[in-house]
Design a protein around this ligand. Structure first.
Ligand code: BG6
Length: 478
């Protein structure tokens, strides 16, 4: 019988430094933008307000990321649990501010470098391949406040120094890398990924597109350094992918869906994987009044140093509606759009769509013909532990099972899929709400939204289920 997944398929899990590490001011770490973003359900509306300027105010707000789940100190035990589940790889990010506290120093912080030496060595000792994101929503606060974020071209040099430092240090033992997490998310949330506030350009297309251009150049430089460091390295881009559907067969909605898919889903990967701005870019810029500052050499760099694979996150699909003013909107779906009556939604309103994942995989492979890596997917849910701290999270198992089935179908369709790292394999602080109670983990962490609790780790039912999935290389999903 033909196996569903290739023998070397990379099963694992994913986290990001700012959502798990805590220890936000220890061992020389500087403040990152997330360290200045309050937690709580109002998080996105606070950071989107015109007054927000990344000022820390502990009298009015709480900052759960400061403590996270203390992975900074507990990573050995956490990685041992990942190994127990059978992980082949672990996707995590390096906090830029542990290496260059303000982003501008000429010499790196050795204590920060040593920390990731230890994390990488712990993975390798357990037979787990590290997969590292260079920048996951955690740029140095100084670069956002004093330089105005990624719209400032000077960031390219600062990022290049950071990338060179960590690629040189770890590139002989870490084979898989990614440049910017969900780089295209800036279309909706430029605060986290580009360090822009309303005051400094979050609502200004000129600022966003210039920031993207600077990130594309920086990303190409990272790819160049990675390949020069070790020919074995595979370095990918990372995009947020939501399969888009037209609300109905009205050609106007179909056209709008095509345009949104180009502008949001494909624009960044077209540059990073395709090596040039796509044919539709000029009209897109003109429609938004954007005039890019492209310096000599930028386009050659972008062309010469394209990514090796497409990393992407997939949580939900999105339904595009331009002509039906009375249609219900998809409340809670981060990307907006219309409510899709064929789909159920998570407790946070994210519409669950495993078939959409199969479509996404086919769309991406058809377009880029490069290997794909699903580096985030999962269900944020409220878990209720019993008196033994056990969580029977059948809802999460169902979500993951359906998505893995969709992956298997896409592989049978002919898509080249490298691996799967479900998001928040261990409970962590949510990105959009800064809560602990929105849990994705296969491992429960006993902490509440105020980061009070024992911090103890407990295996959920999904832990044992995923262990079996990995052991059978995706054959047994029961
Ligand atoms: C992705 C991010 O957008 O979604 C993660 O890369 C994030 O950082 C994940 O945590 C899930 O989102 P949330 O808001 O539920 O934490």
């Amino acid at each position: 019988m033909k196996e569903k997944f290739p023998q070397n398929f990379m099963w694992g899990g994913a986290t990001a430094a700012n959502q798990v590490e805590g220890a936000y001011d220890q061992d020389g770490k500087g403040l990152s933008i997330v360290d200045a973003i309050p937690g709580g359900k109002k998080r996105l509306s606070i950071v989107s307000s015109p007054e927000f300027d990344f000022s820390l105010d502990t009298t009015r707000h709480t900052y759960p990321n400061h403590k996270g789940i203390d992975h900074y100190h507990r990573f050995q035990d956490d990685i041992a649990l990942f190994a127990e589940m059978g992980f082949k790889c672990y996707r995590f990010s390096i906090a830029w501010t542990r290496i260059y506290p303000n982003g501008i120093e000429q010499q790196p912080n050795e204590a920060g470098l040593k920390h990731y030496d230890a994390v990488i060595d712990a993975c390798i000792a357990q037979g787990i391949e590290p997969v590292i994101t260079l920048s996951h929503y955690e740029m140095p606060l100084h670069l956002a406040k004093e330089f105005g974020g990624w719209k400032n071209r000077e960031l390219i040099g600062h990022f290049e120094r950071f990338a060179r430092t960590v690629l040189t240090r770890y590139g002989h033992k870490v084979n898989y890398w990614m440049t910017f997490n969900e780089i295209n998310s800036a279309a909706h949330f430029p605060i986290m990924s580009q360090g822009l506030t309303v005051k400094t350009g979050a609502l200004d297309d000129q600022a966003k597109y210039q920031a993207w251009h600077n990130q594309f150049v920086a990303s190409s430089l990272a790819v160049k350094i990675a390949h020069e460091t070790n020919a074995k390295i595979q370095i990918g881009c990372m995009i947020l992918y939501a399969t888009n559907y037209a609300y109905d067969c009205d050609p106007v909605n179909q056209l709008e869906t095509m345009k949104e898919t180009q502008a949001f889903n494909f624009y960044c990967a077209d540059v990073q994987a395709g090596g040039k701005y796509p044919y539709y870019a000029k009209r897109l810029w003109a429609s938004k009044g954007v005039e890019l500052d492209i310096q000599p050499g930028d386009l050659a760099l972008i062309e010469q140093h394209t990514v090796d694979y497409i990393g992407f996150s997939y949580y939900m699909s999105s339904t595009i509606n331009k002509t039906n003013p009375d249609a219900l909107s998809a409340e809670g779906n981060l990307l907006g759009g219309a409510r899709n009556p064929f789909l159920e939604a998570s407790e946070w309103g994210w519409e669950i769509d495993p078939v959409g994942l199969r479509i996404a995989l086919n769309q991406l492979y058809d377009r880029y013909e490069k290997p794909l890596f699903i580096v985030e997917n999962g269900l944020g849910a409220i878990d209720k532990p019993d008196e033994n701290h056990y969580i029977a999270d059948d809802y999460r198992i169902k979500y993951l099972r359906q998505h893995i089935e969709a992956m298997a179908d896409a592989v049978e369709d002919g898509v080249e899929l490298m691996g799967y790292t479900p998001w928040g394999c261990i409970d962590l602080v949510s990105m959009s709400t800064g809560e602990m109670s929105k849990r994705y983990g296969l491992i429960y962490v006993d902490l509440d939204d105020n980061i009070s609790g024992t911090g103890n780790r407990y295996r959920k039912k999904s832990f044992h289920w995923y262990q079996k999935v990995i052991a059978t290389n995706g054959e047994d999903l029961s």
